[in-house]
Design a protein around this ligand. Structure first.
Ligand code: KMH
Ligand code: ZN
Length: 308
């Protein structure tokens, strides 16, 4: 049984600063939490950037540059930069940071979809920044655009031209068939690393029977040419991670997708979630992969080939 890769998604573009004092926003906070997550066992760091003054999601090269060199010096975890940015950004803006940094890995979102964040408004009325409430409220009319043309652009600019390998974000069954379409066109290198993204309102729900079907479909489409990981947003995060690990999959945690460590208890850090999922993985008798082992398993270009 192969080792299990723990990915940790440090800050993302979904949660806003008012939702948790532990959500890292500045370059220094993102670097510190990334290194902490790596020390706790995360082999891959999935990273977005933010404007340090407002906490707003950003994909600007300078906002990535505020933490990438520090992370590189502080740990040997694989850096995986988001090309998803935030759904509000056009593709050219979303890929600006990854294009400058030339990381070993990038995310790649396999379909256009709704990305509804407004249920998180809840009953909160106090916001630290004036952008937070409209950011969430207006997501009822938000389209996260990832057309086949967008997908080809990312495969070319970041894959073919800069040697990145991909975390293929599949939020639904149709996204697996879109990925198979690009594999049939010879545009996807193996091993294919698929992230089953569950629990986003607009994608597949984080139900166990959906995970069984996602894996059965991927088995049929990709055979042994793929590896899967599971990220469940919200309260199903650890339950679906445990199921993934027991199914031979890899796992992704992080404050990007869940701010809590238990019901009603905010996670104090990304490392706390990594420690918890590591405990689950090891309780199942499995071993956690090191960054070097993850690089070998996913055939990554190496930390010496990045541009930060
Ligand atoms: N936040 C996850 C639900 C990306 O950054 O490209 C999806 C994600 C996509 O991480
Ligand atoms: Zn992300």
């Amino acid at each position: 049984m192969s080792k299990i890769i723990i990915s940790c998604a440090i800050t993302g573009s979904i949660h806003t600063p008012s939702m948790s004092p532990h959500l890292p926003v500045t370059g220094e906070q993102i670097a510190e939490q990334s290194i902490g997550a790596a020390k706790a066992g995360a082999a891959i760091l999935h990273l977005h950037a933010r404007d340090p003054k407002t906490g707003q999601p950003s994909a600007k090269p300078e906002h990535f540059a505020a933490f990438l060199p520090t992370i590189r010096r502080g740990c040997d975890a694989v850096v995986n930069l988001s090309t998803g940015g935030s759904a509000l950004m056009p593709l050219a803006e979303r890929i600006a940071g990854p294009m400058a940094a030339e990381p070993e890995m990038c995310s790649l979102n396999m379909g256009t979809m709704n990305f509804a964040l407004y249920p998180m408004l809840g009953k909160r009325t106090e916001w630290q920044h004036d952008w937070e409430e409209p950011f969430l409220r207006d997501s009822d009319d938000l389209v996260f655009k990832n057309t086949p043309r967008d997908i080809v652009s990312v495969l070319d600019f970041l894959g073919r031209q800069r040697g990145a390998r991909f975390e293929f974000e599949c939020y639904d069954l149709g996204h697996l068939h879109m990925l198979a379409h690009f594999a049939d066109r010879g545009l996807i290198k193996t091993p294919i690393f698929i992230q089953f993204v569950m629990g986003v309102l607009g994608g597949i729900a984080a139900d166990p029977e959906h995970l069984v079907h996602l894996k059965a479909t991927a088995d049929r489409l990709f055979g042994d040419a793929y590896r899967f990981s599971v990220l469940a947003a919200g309260r199903m995060q650890m339950k679906m991670a445990a199921m993934a690990a027991s199914m031979g999959g890899h796992v992704r945690v992080g404050l990007e997708d869940n701010l809590y460590i238990a019901r009603g208890e905010l996670a104090r850090s990304n490392a706390q979630q990594v420690e918890k999922v590591r405990m689950i993985v090891e309780a199942l008798g499995r071993e956690v992969a090191t960054p070097a082992q993850a690089r070998t398993m996913l055939e990554l270009k190496g930390a010496d080939k990045v541009a930060f």
